[in-house]
Design a protein around this ligand. Structure first.
Ligand code: GTA
Length: 329
């Protein structure tokens, strides 16, 4: 019944802040994994904005490009969802100012207690030109990449490595985010690390977002998968779901489990997101459900080597120019 459901949900939420507390000081602020001392040093006081890359009222986020002590930086400020279990404290501890009253309708400006008024802040520093482009609002075009296009256009391009994989290796080698790991299977062939994605503040289940990163180092993306990787994929599917159920109480029927094609980072990883959360990148042009991938490989070992795969590219993406040069657009 509803009361039970509410209790259950509240119970989960009660657990999360504790976990989040233990995990304070994660390495989001530093892609190399040098953990910032929380709240002790305000590295952002010297940030100078040069451009607003994206300003999204819907996501309640602003993406800024600027300088942090003479280094290029991208800073993302995002308001986090309001948690049901903090509402009573917001009401009792807030300052309230009436803005408008008309008949039965009134609007207030509410200032919550400072600790409930946090803005999630992601800092990428030093940021490369690719980071700046990635967060900039841009026109997109759909590319239809054949298996041959992949070999002749995409593969040589991604070998240049657009984004460093250092953060991935730091996770696999426990040099960063080790205390955030939710589950690990350390087998070198079918093993993986499951941990909260950088985008999730872990405060509520509603926007749950984890990633499973494989231990194998030679798998770049979906394109590299054959039937020989089925044990790996099945292992991630079964153990990932079980770990999420155990830790967060969320059953697999509430999860969306998928790959991105193209990904930003070419080390195989799988996204686990709450079905209730309409996360960017979960649409048909980018996401490939793990269950579909498993079935496709079961029916044809070379499915992802041969198939034409569609994906969107920004007009200023280097890969987009390569497809244009090859007259594939
Ligand atoms: N735990 O250091 C990390 C880390 N890094 C560097 C990336 N990720 C990390 N997770 C941990 N620690 O989901 C995560 C990313 C992403 C996944 C890589 O690894 O958060 P992908 O290779 O398919 O790349 O997945 P993808 O999806 O393009 O990357 P990303 O960053 O999610 O960008 C997609 C869009 O999401 C962006 O264009 C932007 O609109 C939005 N977005 C990205 N970051 C934020 C943010 N911090 N706040 C709000 N919106 C964001």
């Amino acid at each position: 019944n509803m009361a039970d459901k509410d209790r259950k949900r509240k119970g989960l939420m009660d657990e999360l802040p504790e976990q989040a507390k233990q995990q304070k000081g994660d390495s989001e602020a530093d892609p190399d994994g040098n953990v910032e001392e929380n709240g002790e040093k305000n590295i952002l006081s010297g940030f100078k904005t040069t451009t607003v890359l994206k300003d999204s009222a819907l996501e309640k986020a602003v993406f800024l490009h600027g300088k942090l002590e003479d280094q290029e930086a991208v800073v993302i400020l995002q308001k986090t969802p309001i948690r049901e279990d903090t509402v009573a404290e917001i009401f009792s501890g807030c300052k309230l100012k009436l803005e408008m009253k008309n008949d039965i309708y009134s609007i207030y400006h509410l200032q919550p207690p400072a600790h409930l008024n946090v803005i999630k802040t992601t800092v990428i520093c030093p940021a490369t030109e690719h980071h700046v482009k990635k967060y900039q609002v841009q026109e997109h075009f759909l590319v239809e990449e054949t298996g041959e296009d992949y070999l002749s256009i995409t593969l040589p391009y991604i070998k240049e490595q657009r984004f460093s994989l250092q953060w991935v290796f730091n996770i696999l080698e426990k040099k960063a985010e080790a205390d955030r790991i939710v589950y690990e299977d350390s087998d070198k062939d079918v093993g993986f690390v499951l941990l909260p994605d950088m985008k999730w503040d872990q405060k509520q289940i509603h926007d749950l977002y984890l990633i499973a990163i494989v231990h194998q180092r030679d798998l770049k993306s979906l394109r590299d998968l054959t039937a020989s990787h089925l044990p790996l994929l099945q292992n991630i599917c079964t153990k990932g779901k079980a770990a999420i159920l155990k830790r967060y109480g969320l059953p697999s029927s509430k999860l969306r489990i998928y790959f991105h094609y193209q990904p930003s980072y070419y080390h195989l990883h799988i996204h686990f997101t709450a079905l209730s959360f309409d996360v960017p990148g979960c649409g048909v042009v980018r996401a490939h459900l793990l269950s579909d991938v498993i079935q496709n490989l079961q029916s044809d070992s070379h499915y992802y080597r041969k198939r034409t795969l569609s994906f969107p590219l920004r007009a200023d993406d280097g890969l987009f120019s390569k497809f244009k040069q090859a007259e594939r657009l």
